[in-house]
Design a protein around this ligand. Structure first.
Ligand code: HEC
Ligand code: HEC
Length: 343
């Protein structure tokens, strides 16, 4: 056994060197197919337990306040929409709709990405226009087609009128002279979102439990790696760490949304979007920035064609879809439990 492992380790290291990547720390991962997988796996990483900013201590009061605000319909003009309306936490953090109606006045609108495993991304939104979840959270409340509050003063008036919120903000931001501020609201919602992680069998596999994936899933992983999908979908979120052009090899099927160029004004960013995370992907359809594709297999086939210039056969498409299922994680049920509503 030990001999077999070290032989695998050497093979893995050789393959990794050939691919210019570091070998995975545990080369036993993947069992029989470990030699290829070990090298390929080096581009991935298990989820962190929280997507924390380095050096920032976890503040339980802030998290509790953020949780309450995430579910709070008082933050919308009609008192009927909360963050949870479009990012249902018990529904994998998305709304299952094609696109939110006329979001930001963009033609066609955009699909709501999941809030799970999002805080660790390089930036927020399909075009990365918010730097982090703290900054992002301040947007939807004032967005006329989302929560539609007229201005921050109106939001703060509601919160300050609530004795419970006044106390919750004070507890979360004890050092502040006036704790109920719009920035602190963003900071609290962000602190809550940083705990929205969904560890999956995929993580157990990456941590060395070869049996965590079925044979079919391991095959699907090999198909994904052989096709070159990990060139963009990599890291702990299997995406989320960079921006890439939609239609890198073959022009994208829709040109209605020009993507990140609206943020950077850089011509190179025409049709560039954040590479989405593939975690929980089987649960967060429909797919792409405009939600135009309902079927996951079809999304995979289109990716191979547009991003890699490959026409993928249905068996390979299905194989990848099978592996993607291993990234469907467990919802943190006690963390997302609906809080006691402040009076
Ligand atoms: C009416 C539906 C709607 C509501 C309400 C809403 N969102 Fe969103 N959310 C969206 C859409 C659509 C996008 C994508 C927009 C884009 O990329 O241009 C989005 C994007 C996000 C993202 C970025 C995720 C990523 O991977 O880039 C986060 C985080 C998020 N919303 C959190 C929130 C929070 C927190 C609230 C409450 C303060 C909220 N949302 C309210 C629809 C909604
Ligand atoms: C060159 C970079 C690149 C490569 C290679 C690539 N992707 Fe993507 N992927 C993207 C980008 C960018 C998007 C977002 C496109 C959009 O919505 O406009 C995306 C979106 C997706 C989506 C939809 C996600 C969602 O939440 O809507 C899936 C599924 C997907 N990719 C799977 C794959 C698979 C499987 C492969 C290999 C066959 C692959 N990708 C190869 C960059 C890439």
């Amino acid at each position: 056994m030990i001999q077999r492992l070290s032989a695998l380790a050497i093979l893995g290291a050789l393959l990794a060197a050939a691919c210019g990547t570091k070998p995975a720390s545990d080369t036993t991962v993947g069992g029989e197919s470990a030699t290829v997988a070990a090298a390929g796996l080096a581009v991935f990483a298990p989820l962190p337990s929280r997507m924390e900013v380095k050096g920032e201590p976890v503040n339980e009061q802030k998290i509790a306040l953020g949780r309450a605000l995430f579910y709070e319909t008082l933050l919308s003009d009609g008192h009927n929409v909360s963050c949870n309306s479009c990012h249902a936490l018990n529904g994998f953090g998305a709304d299952g709709r094609k696109a939110s109606l006329g979001f930001n006045g963009r033609p066609g609108g955009r699909n709501a990405p999941t809030v799970y495993n999002a805080a660790g991304h390089v930036a927020q939104f399909w075009d990365g226009r918010a730097a982090d979840v703290e900054a992002q959270a301040k947007g939807p409340i004032l967005n006329p087609v989302e929560m539609g509050m007229p201005d921050t003063a109106a939001v703060l008036k509601h919160l300050r009128a609530s004795a419970t919120y006044a106390a919750s903000f004070r507890a979360a931001f004890p050092e502040a002279r006036e704790p109920v501020t719009y920035d602190n609201l963003g900071s609290a919602i962000g602190a809550f979102e940083r705990g929205l992680v969904t560890p999956a069998r995929w993580d157990s596999y990456l941590q060395g439990d070869s049996a965590a994936l079925t044979g079919g899933e391991k095959e699907g992983l090999q198909t994904f790696l052989a096709a070159g999908c990990q060139g963009c979908h990599m890291g702990a979120y299997v995406g989320g760490d960079r921006f890439m052009k939609a239609g890198l090899v073959n022009a994208w099927f829709s040109q209605a949304d020009s993507g990140r160029i609206a943020v950077t004004k850089d011509a190179n960013d025409l049709f560039v979007f954040k590479v989405p995370s593939l975690r929980n992907i089987e649960k967060t359809g429909p797919y792409f920035h405009d939600g135009s594709v309902a079927n996951l297999g079809e999304a995979v086939r289109l990716m191979a064609h547009h991003q890699l210039g490959k026409e993928m056969n249905p068996a390979d498409v299905q194989s990848i879809v099978t592996w993607l299922g291993s990234m469907t994680g467990e919802l943190p049920l006690s963390y997302i439990a609906f809080p006691q509503k402040p009076k």
